[in-house]
Design a protein around this ligand. Structure first.
Ligand code: ADP
Ligand code: MG
Length: 265
């Protein structure tokens, strides 16, 4: 059988602190297929960021195995991991992490320059394309401080796509945004998945997670549930039913008011 796109086996992460050893991950195993939209939820301190950071290479696991696209990342040196990451992974943070002295366009160009995946002569055009994609085509020269939180997160999303990675991960990407902005950012994530990216999002937002097809719940450094379903279809069905009901209601009340029979075919 073919190996899943991401396979994690018995991952352990022990932090050494002044107070002694602290096990943040206690043997996590999971698999993710190419093109999946995955939500990782759990209480604060449960180990979500630690889990994500082990496969971004921000943290090195104490033991266990991480395979992504057939590569055994747990065996990689920090330097090799940095090269792998630049080519294969986009990362989105809760606080955007844009470079404050660079414009939106320059933040994206910088990510391209660092990794040298996109040909130099194509970089500006691609950066413009990505800013158009996230709805900021007219703000390419704005500095981060001139943009709202939602706009900064859009730039960060465009930057995560700079080198066209197959995998994008996000740690609480909507945690610092109001609910309307969070909804539009979520819509953007769905677009990425539709375009074939594999997307893993750590989130506190249980309502958002319910609308994602692959749900992983983590508690106290362990996975307590991993489910796959198609909740977005269910969500759309309920939104559709609700709006159909409202429409029927408003048609009924307007026909009652004007006393004209409805012309429905
Ligand atoms: N660098 C570190 N050193 C020591 N303990 C840490 C470190 N990073 C995280 N932890 C601890 O590991 C646990 C899991 O943290 P984290 O993965 O950040 O949780 P979450 O993202 O789910 O809120 C927490 O108890 C946290 O205090
Ligand atoms: Mg966290």
């Amino acid at each position: 059988m073919e190996q899943p796109f991401i396979e994690i086996r018995n991952l352990v992460k022990v932090y050494k602190t002044a107070a002694g050893e602290f096990p943040a991950l206690k043997g996590v195993s999971l698999s993710i297929e190419r093109g999946e939209f995955v939500a990782i939820t759990g209480k604060s301190g449960s180990g979500k960021s630690t889990l994500l950071n082990t496969f971004t290479g921000i943290d090195h696991p104490t033991s266990g195995e991480i395979f992504i696209g057939g590569e055994a990342l747990h065996r990689y040196s920090e330097q090799r991991m940095a090269i792998w990451r630049g080519r294969n992974l986009g990362i989105i943070f809760q606080f955007f992490q844009l470079l404050p002295t660079l414009s939106a366009m320059e933040n994206i160009l910088m990510a391209m320059d660092l990794n040298n995946v996109i040909k130099p002569r194509d970089r500006r055009k691609r950066a413009q394309y990505l800013l158009d994609l996230v709805g900021l085509g007219d703000k390419v020269h704005k500095m981060p401080s001139e943009l709202s939180g939602g706009e900064q997160q859009r730039v960060a999303i465009a930057r995560s796509l700079a080198n066209d990675p197959p995998l994008v991960v996000a740690d609480e990407p909507t945690g610092n945004l109001d609910s309307n902005t969070a909804e539009s950012i979520f819509a953007l994530f769905k677009t990425l998945v539709e375009q074939g990216k594999t997307f893993i999002m750590v989130t506190h937002d249980v309502d958002l997670a319910r609308r994602i097809d692959h749900n992983i719940i983590i508690a106290d450094g362990q996975i307590v549930s991993q489910t796959r379903h198609r909740p977005e279809e269910e969500h759309l069905r309920s939104v559709y039913l609700e709006s159909a009901k409202q429409l029927a209601y408003s048609l009924k009340s307007s026909s009652a008011r004007t006393n004209t029979p409805l012309d429905v075919d």
